[in-house]
Design a protein around this ligand. Structure first.
Ligand SMILES: *Cc1c(COP(=O)(O)O)cnc(C)c1O
Length: 392
């Protein structure tokens, strides 16, 4: 098992995080993954690349995002709650950190086209945004079922100049969209970069996306120190779909004394109920039936409906450095209302999973008076209609 001090650094040369990760792709994609890894490592060590990324995230994206201390919510829970405000990014979530970085990398590799998978459409909209900003062509694969469910996001992507391809295979949802995007990439790799949306897929994506999201945790660490008088939070909480906002957050705190907690949707808990397997180019934990068929994740929040989890989370969980809780749809809706009423913030339903876990554990596994940081991964405008539906 990996020593605690080695966690969240480098994967092995073959892209392993302990027994998870790796690169399980068709022969024809191996060179593309290798080219991407080489390009990323060079770019990441290049001050001019880092400078341009920083500049864009500031002047276009709105970074640094603040840390907000929640006085009324804290009083209600008997804790000290701080929020890392990724909801204040352009396009309303942490996803912009990843897509701006990957688009910049694609341009550096001489690629003129982005392809992406999307579930509910949030990563598709973010990728279409970055493609518009860089004048790149953009194709987004989306399960036909999701296309029908998320009409507005399809229209947003069209407005941004992207082509949305409905995927009719399998269950016509996110997991099928990922397979189609990989297929497109195999055929077009000369001109095309696959802009993958979370810390998943074949090496180097889990590593690359974690590094691009690291800014969340690093900013939060120093901002928390200002609020807490040079101390770190006692507990750091983030919601987990594929796991990118959590990985970026944890990367800033893995060498601190903070308890790290990822919170999954109860209906999509790959850490809670998953079985190790190889899917979408990586070895990780997935919801599967007895025959090894991948199950559909079910959650009120479309952003947490991936039936697997990034491989590094599987490693962090096994090593005991991070723990993974769950929240039910009802708890999530209650947390949404609580934050709106006490702090004037309408949160996305995804980070409400983290808040719901904090509410449940306050005074139980979280001692009274603890300082708790929650990454507010996105804003709630997209979910207001859904909350309304559940209010009737
Ligand atoms: C996409 C999304 C998530 C889930 O993705 P991760 O890779 O697990 O971070 C969480 N919150 C919001 C607001 C999202 O848009």
């Amino acid at each position: 098992m990996t020593a605690l001090g080695d966690l969240m650094r480098e994967p092995s040369p073959s892209g392993r995080f302990g027994e998870y990760g790796g690169r399980f792709v068709p022969e024809s994609l191996v060179p593309a993954c290798q080219e991407l890894e080489r390009a990323f490592r060079l770019a990441w060590a290049d001050p001019s690349f880092r400078g341009e990324l920083d500049h864009l995230l500031r002047t276009y994206g709105g970074r640094p995002t603040p840390v907000t201390e929640c006085h009324r919510l804290s009083e209600e829970l008997g804790l000290r709650i701080l929020l890392k405000r990724e909801d204040l990014n352009h396009t309303g979530s942490h996803k912009l950190n990843n897509v701006i970085g990957q688009a910049l990398l694609a341009r550096r590799m001489g690629k003129s086209r982005l392809v992406a998978e999307t579930g509910a459409g949030q990563h598709g909209v973010a990728t279409a945004t970055a493609a518009a900003l860089f004048g790149m062509e953009c194709t987004v694969y989306m399960g036909a079922v999701d296309v029908a469910r998320q009409e507005l996001n399809v229209f947003r992507m069209n407005l941004l100049g992207a082509t949305v391809r409905p995927v009719e295979s399998g269950s016509k949802t996110l997991k099928d969209a990922i397979n189609e995007t990989l297929r497109d990439w195999v055929a077009t790799v000369e001109t095309t970069h696959y802009c993958l949306g979370s810390v998943m897929g074949p090496h180097p994506y889990p590593f690359l996306v974690r590094e691009l999201q690291r800014v969340v945790g690093e900013e939060a660490r120093s901002q928390c120190r200002q609020v807490l008088g040079d101390a770190d939070p006692d507990i750091v909480v983030a919601c987990v779909g594929g796991g990118s906002n959590a990985a970026g957050t944890f990367a800033g705190f893995v060498d601190s004394g903070a308890r790290l907690v990822g919170v999954e949707a109860a209906g999509g808990a790959a850490m809670g109920h998953g079985i190790p397997g190889v899917v979408h180019g990586m070895r990780s934990k997935f919801l599967q039936d007895e025959e090894g068929q991948i199950l559909e994740a079910e959650s009120i929040s479309a952003g947490l409906d991936y039936p697997g989890i990034g491989p590094e989370h599987a490693q962090l969980g096994d090593a005991g450095r991070a723990e993974y809780g769950q929240a039910s749809d009802e708890e999530v809706l209650a947390a949404f209302r609580l934050l709106a009423r006490t702090e004037g913030i309408l949160p996305a339903l995804e980070p409400c999973h983290g808040l719901a876990w904090i509410v449940r554990e306050a005074g139980r596994s979280i001692p009274r008076g603890s300082a708790v940081l929650l990454t507010m991964s996105g804003r709630g405008d997209k979910d207001v209609a859904l909350v309304l539906e559940h209010s009737r």
